[in-house]
Design a protein around this ligand. Structure first.
Ligand SMILES: *Cc1c(COP(=O)(O)O)cnc(C)c1O
Length: 732
């Protein structure tokens, strides 16, 4: 893996009047501000589409002539002026929620660590829900004005890109990211040199360069080891997200946690509060302890108290297989020299990551390390809180299950990033005013959805469904052409899907417990439902399987082959390469969002919230977030939270429940029209938006983290520090 040979893009130089565009292009704020996006679109509409709506790429490739034209176009300059004023106002952050409510909290700094961040489609350093949640967290932290910084890794190749071959098999591609056309910038020291940090791996030093992504006010620092001065092994540490073996995984997690703290430290930031998003980041707590011990002359126990009291750990999984476990030998290999820096013996160190500290064979678990070093721990829905208390109860042998100190903060979505900017957001702007994003957690704001005329909401939604159908056809055509399909087959593509049919979406990681093929179980019932000429129904699937998950890949093959059956090709489509772009089309355009996890394994799920915010109705097992949101009239529940002994029996009962709901309730409701409109369906769309938007949004979520964890943690930290817990000379 080498760096792109072109170290500097041959960026056309911006005429002076257009200089503000550069700052706008390199701040992701524009991605959730429709008017700012329009400015870039206006600059070069055709290029906007071909440059994947990436202004950084656009400014790097646009013709000098077009720039000169824009620089002399009064209309354009006025538009830009207007956006810049709004941007400056936003960046000034004078009246944020945090400033208003927590002005007394004093100077604090919160660091948010995550192995992945899903901020925008063309910054592909995420794989799925965990990353998107982290991205939405940063965006809301910016909107609310929190003093927060993000820390992550800049992967040369990101997560894999999926393609499906003729026989329905998933293949993986790893194109390299074009760093010089991504909205990232080299972080520099005061003297202008690039900021780097160092980490020693088994005696060999690896250097990482620090990049910066600006997310509104919030900086996200990303570490990149792909430097010519590093060994091949060193360069590969940030090659792929979740790529490689355990050896690679521990190296990456060292870079994220330890390297991340060093990167902040070298910027003069020693965070008062650390939030570890999933166990990947847990080494950050160790490095904070090490630094406090070294600088302030604290014992391990003292430094640990300070660090634990100000650390937050969020767990996102209910599936033990999803948790990193390192064999003790591997930990020795990489941390043998680190144990003494913490004043710990090998056994004492390894005990931090073990359920039973005395069990010498137990592997080292990152989630346990995080639980032991963070006094605040939470799951991501109420149900997941319960599941996590049960899963981890052995770490607190003296406590009853409901005393286990793991609480929950239910996930939410960044509404402005997920609501269709072309159709639904303008309706909200018109009928709800800007309070729908400035005070999104106030249910009163959402009551005004009743003021949106049924026709307008329905027209907006139908437009989204049509865009989804167009995308599905485009992707299908590209796939068939690539596979060398016959012209006749490619010609059929325009008959696939119907922009007016009831559209069901299922998009998520293809893993056994999510049961993507559940709806296919009784193929004759499904065929009957989909091909009813009076009330046709269609299903659009998307999702990747982990490259090493044979079972997940087999599920993809089943779905793809099912979609090729005679008489079903027009009703079932699998869209390749599920990512944020595909997700946008899907959650905007579906009528029904299907979710079929095997209860209680879904930690939360956020895609159903995205669909609901755009007027989609959820049809879901009562798992994850859905039991908190569900009420009759805003969507449907599959089953009523029964427990099953026999998975096969469960699948049978629950698939039949889906067919039954579809035939008896959902389809009749959708196709029942008064004056051409499905009035009762629209009533439910509105009821779902009103019930779901004010609660399941990331402003509410980040606000909750702030009030329940960040502020109390900062206070504890300040209190402990002020008590002069210590002989430390000056505060860190
Ligand atoms: C929202 C989102 C997810 C997470 O959704 P789940 O409901 O947890 O499956 C995953 N991938 C993409 C691309 C998303 O946009």
């Amino acid at each position: 893996m080498t760096r792109p040979s072109r170290m500097f893009s041959v960026a056309p130089s911006l005429p002076p009047p257009l200089l503000p565009l550069r700052e706008l292009a390199y701040n992701l704020w524009w991605t959730w501000d429709e008017e700012a996006a329009d400015l870039f679109r206006r600059l070069a509409p055709d290029l906007w589409e071909t440059a994947a709506q990436n202004p950084a790429l656009m400014l790097g490739t646009i013709s000098q002539k077009r720039l000169e034209e824009a620089a002399n176009d009064k209309g354009f300059l006025a538009h830009m002026e207007h956006i810049c004023t709004r941007f400056d106002e936003y960046m000034g952050g004078k009246q944020t929620w945090y400033k208003t409510i927590h002005s007394a909290a004093g100077e604090i700094c919160i660091a948010y660590f995550s192995a992945e961040f899903g901020l925008t489609g063309y910054l592909p350093i995420y794989s799925g829900g965990l990353g998107i949640l982290a991205g939405d967290h940063l965006k809301s932290a910016s909107d609310l004005g929190l003093p927060l910084v993000g820390v992550g890794l800049l992967y040369q190749q990101g997560y894999f890109r999926q393609y499906i071959n003729r026989s329905g098999q998933q293949g993986e591609l790893y194109p390299s990211n074009d760093l010089y056309h991504m909205p990232i910038q080299v972080q520099r020291r005061e003297d202008g040199t690039p900021l780097t940090i160092h980490l020693v791996y088994t005696g060999r030093q690896v250097t990482a360069q620090v990049w910066r992504v600006q997310v509104g006010h919030v900086p996200l620092f990303l570490l990149d080891t792909n430097l010519p001065t590093n060994s091949r092994e060193g360069r590969h540490i940030t090659k792929r997200l979740y790529g490689g073996d355990l050896d690679m995984r521990i190296r990456q997690e060292m870079m994220l946690g330890i390297g991340g703290i060093r990167a902040l430290d070298s910027r003069g930031i020693l965070p008062m509060v650390c939030h570890m998003n999933e166990g990947h980041a847990a080494f950050a707590a160790l490095e904070r302890i090490r630094i406090l011990m070294a600088r302030c002359n604290l014992s391990f126990a003292e430094a640990r108290e300070l660090v634990s009291s100000s650390s937050i750990f969020t767990t996102h999984t209910s599936v033990p297989a999803g948790i990193d476990l390192f064999p003790p030998k591997l930990v020795d290999k990489y941390f043998g020299d680190y144990y003494p820096l913490l004043g710990l013996s090998r056994d004492e160190f390894l005990a931090l990551g073990r359920q039973n500290p005395k069990d010498k064979n137990e592997p080292f678990c990152m989630a346990i390390l995080a639980l032991r070093l963070a006094d605040q721990a939470n799951g991501v829905s109420k149900m997941h809180g319960e599941v996590s208390r049960r899963l981890w109860r052995n770490i607190w042998p003296g406590l009853l299950e409901d005393e286990v100190p793991i609480t929950s903060v239910t996930n939410g979505i960044h509404l402005r990033s997920w609501i269709s900017g072309d159709t639904i957001a303008p309706l909200f702007d018109r009928y709800l005013g800007d309070r729908w994003h400035k005070e999104s957690s106030d249910p009163g704001v959402w009551q005004r959805i009743n003021d949106i005329p049924d026709e307008e909401l329905w027209r907006a939604h139908e437009q989204c469904r049509e865009c989804l159908v167009v995308l599905a056809r485009q992707r299908l055509r590209a796939q068939l052409e690539r596979q060398g399909a016959a012209t006749s087959e490619i010609g059929m593509v325009n008959e696939v899907l119907n922009p007016e049919s009831l559209t069901i979406g299922f998009a998520r990681r293809f893993a056994e417990y999510k049961r993507p093929a559940l709806i296919l179980r009784d193929s004759e019932s499904l065929r009957r439902i989909l091909t009813n000429p009076d009330r046709p129904v269609q299903v659009i699937f998307a999702g990747k399987a982990s490259p090493d998950d044979k079972h997940g890949k087999e599920l993809i093959r089943q779905v793809v082959c099912f979609a090729r059956r005679e008489g079903l090709r027009r009703q079932i489509v699998f869209i390749e390469d599920y990512d944020m772009t595909v997700a946008h089309y899907l959650v905007h355009g579906v009528d029904v969002w299907l979710n079929t996890p095997r209860r209680p394994l879904e930690a939360c799920g956020t895609s159903g919230m995205k669909a609901a915010a755009n007027g989609g109705l959820n049809l879901s097992v009562l798992d994850g977030w859905w039991p908190e949101a569900y009420q009759p009239g805003i969507g449907w529940a599959i089953g009523c939270s029964e427990e099953y002994e026999e998975p096969d029996h469960q699948d049978e009962v629950e698939s039949q429940a889906i067919y039954h709901l579809l035939e008896k309730e959902i389809i009749p409701l959708f196709y029942h029209r008064d004056d051409g409109l499905p009035r009762e369906w629209i009533r439910r769309m509105k009821a779902a938006m009103q019930a779901i938007c004010p609660i399941f949004n990331s402003d509410r979520m980040v606000g909750e983290y702030c009030e329940r964890f960040y502020i109390p943690a900062a206070e504890r930290y300040q209190h402990l520090a002020a008590r002069g817990m210590a002989r430390w000379a000056d505060s860190p």
